[in-house]
Design a protein around this ligand. Structure first.
Ligand code: FES
Length: 130
């Protein structure tokens, strides 16, 4: 579900905190997505670490809805011999490229980076600073 949180870019202060849903929804679905001022943003939930991460819901590779990807451990190695690298990543749902949850850096193409946003969870609500 995508929430529409405003009627457009006009009148919205820069870097405002916006509510994108509840903590219960985030934990249950793994993600929250909202449209703010003409762009989609989202929060993904890392169940293994109990952390929330805000990103733009657009993959910088080819425009996939990045927040619909899976949060998982980064794998490294060669075909037939994979190992967990320990890094938690968001895997794009279209081509599987992986993005660092903290920085948005693409681990498969260092020239690409997904926009990231601060997230806070308080009083059962999830807020994103965009
Ligand atoms: S669109 Fe995300 S990796 Fe291609």
């Amino acid at each position: 579900m995508i929430r529409r949180l405003d009627g457009g870019a006009e009148g919205r202060p820069e870097r405002a905190w916006i509510e994108v849903g509840t903590a219960d929804e985030l934990r249950a679905t793994g993600r929250l997505v909202a449209r703010v001022g003409g762009r989609e943003v989202g929060v993904v939930w890392d169940e293994a670490r109990g952390t929330a991460h805000g990103l733009r819901n657009r993959c910088p590779h080819s425009g996939a809805p990045l927040c619909l990807g899976r949060v998982r451990n980064r794998e490294s190695g060669l075909p037939g011999s994979y190992a967990l690298a320990g890094e938690r990543v968001l895997r794009c749902p279209w081509h599987g490229w992986e993005f660092d949850l903290e920085s948005g850096r693409c681990l498969d193409d260092p020239a690409l980076r997904a926009a990231v946003y601060p997230v806070e969870i308080a009083g059962g609500l999830v807020r994103l600073q965009v």
